[in-house]
Write a protein that binds this ligand. Structure first.
Ligand code: SF4
Length: 448
């Protein structure tokens, strides 16, 4: 079979020059590509791969000095042709797709431009205004430009949101759209906002945090960090509502040796009959230790029909960059069971005849939740929760109700942080004054 070379590069050198420096980016590169071949060029970042290809295409900036013994493209020596002939080759016969997704906007820009140039060469005029019929090539070029504009818009938006949020306001790009308690239209409308958190102790606000996060989960870690950095005292316990109950937060408190008094998300639900009587849930099954067929001692659950669900494997899932370990339990057979409809998830009696029950249990999270629940149900926890709702919630009530402070006066995270800091200093000073004058008494609560 005769091979046909479509590209031959000999002794390619590229030097970038300026008044103060001279950088040799490509030093005597040789390679060739035959028709139908794919050539891979490998090298460390900055080793000159892209510059090599841009040199071949002739798309480097003016301060680049490209030289070669020859660059043969389809038997045409590119070192000998003029700029206009080079330009005509690009886009029509040779082009470049850039590797970085963000710079992927470049080829799109170039394709649009190339279509325009192609139209010019073929004598097609681009028309504008009503009643003028656009050529196919103009429509295609405009379509490319629309896509390009959309991509630029996405790129800018992603740059603003930096992987930490999914929305931003055009009038204050640092604000995130959030669902508000204040909902005059009663339609759950999202509004640009910041998430304000107060941490209080002994009647004073000791930390204030303004975040762009719609949820409260991530604030807890930041507040613990803030506390460790700014105060000498070590936190003994954290009392918080269910918005902070996540595996990440409970693990963090365990690592920091801080006792969690965090209400679980299903705290209220757990009191309901439907929760206690849901036979499909592991927490309503008995946990036992049994020996499996190989004689190994394993954990298992006993279901409503007295069948054993043995531990069959462990699954690791990555949630928000963190490992979650689930133990998987399975019933050997659920055949003939009369409780299938109540026990199996989304059970369909026609298609799920052979379906067996599977449970996935995150035992570590379970243990952490149990610890927190035990704490909040203790006498200490009951009092602490009351104090939390009076103190922490009280600060927001006072802020919005008494002081009519319902909107930040500034825009932007930094300015709002300062605004809140001043507010907190004012509130704490006022509280100190009222305590010192006997106008305010410390809370004394007891378990009923
Ligand atoms: S469906 Fe399976 S696991 Fe559920 S009660 Fe029946 S036998 Fe037990």
């Amino acid at each position: 079979m005769n091979s046909e070379k479509i590209l031959e590069v000999h002794n390619l050198k590229t030097v970038f020059k300026s008044r103060d420096y001279r950088v040799e980016a490509v030093r005597g590169v040789d390679f060739s590509v035959e028709k139908g071949d794919i050539l891979g060029i490998v090298g460390e970042s900055g080793s000159g791969k892209s510059v090599t290809m841009k040199s071949v295409l002739g798309i480097l900036p003016e301060n680049a000095d490209v030289s070669a013994d020859k660059i043969l493209f389809n038997n045409k020596n590119l070192t000998e042709i003029d700029a206009e002939s080079y330009r005509k080759l690009r886009g029509k016969e040779m082009t470049m797709i850039f590797q970085d997704p963000l710079t992927a906007l470049n080829p799109l820009l170039k394709v649009g431009k190339q279509l325009e140039e192609l139209a010019k060469e073929e004598g097609v005029d681009f028309v504008h205004g009503k009643g003028k019929k656009k050529s196919d090539i103009q429509r295609l070029s405009e379509l490319f430009m629309d896509y390009k504009n959309k991509l630029v818009e996405y790129k800018n938006s992603l740059g603003i949101m930096t992987n930490t949020r999914h929305s931003y306001s055009k009038t204050d790009t640092e604000a995130t759209f959030m669902r508000m308690k204040e909902d005059h239209m009663r339609n759950g409308q999202l509004k640009p906002a910041y998430n304000l958190q107060f941490a209080s102790e002994n009647h004073y606000i000791i930390h204030a945090l303004v975040s762009q996060d719609r949820t409260d989960y991530s604030s807890l870690e930041q507040i613990v960090e803030l506390h460790n950095q700014s105060l000498d005292t070590k936190l003994d316990k954290v009392i918080a509502d269910s918005g902070y109950a996540s595996e990440h937060n409970l693990s963090l408190l365990e690592e920091e040796n801080i006792r969690p008094f965090i209400k679980l998300q299903n705290h209220e639900q757990k009191k309901k009959r439907s929760y206690k009587e849901d036979i499909g849930k592991y927490y309503n099954m008995k946990k036992i230790n049994v020996r499996n067929a190989k004689g190994k001692l394993i954990t298992a659950y006993v279901c409503h029909d007295n069948r054993i669900l043995e531990e069959i494997k462990e699954e690791v899932r990555i949630v928000k960059g963190e490992e979650r370990v689930y133990k998987v339990f399975q019933s050997a057979s659920c055949e003939g069971c009369l409780y299938k409809e109540d026990c199996l998830y989304n059970y369909n009696k026609d298609t799920d005849v052979e379906k067996n029950k599977i449970l996935r249990v995150n035992e570590r999270y379970q243990k952490l939740k149990e610890q927190s629940e035990q704490n909040i149900l203790s006498d200490e926890g009951i009092i602490d929760r009351q104090i939390r709702s009076i103190m922490a919630e009280g600060y927001f009530g006072d802020m919005k109700g008494n002081r009519k402070y319902r909107r930040f006066h500034f825009r932007g995270l930094e300015k709002i942080n300062k605004e809140i800091l001043l507010y907190v200093i004012g509130i704490n000073l006022m509280k100190y004054y009222r305590f010192s004058k006997g106008l305010l008494k410390k809370l004394e609560l007891k378990v009923a």
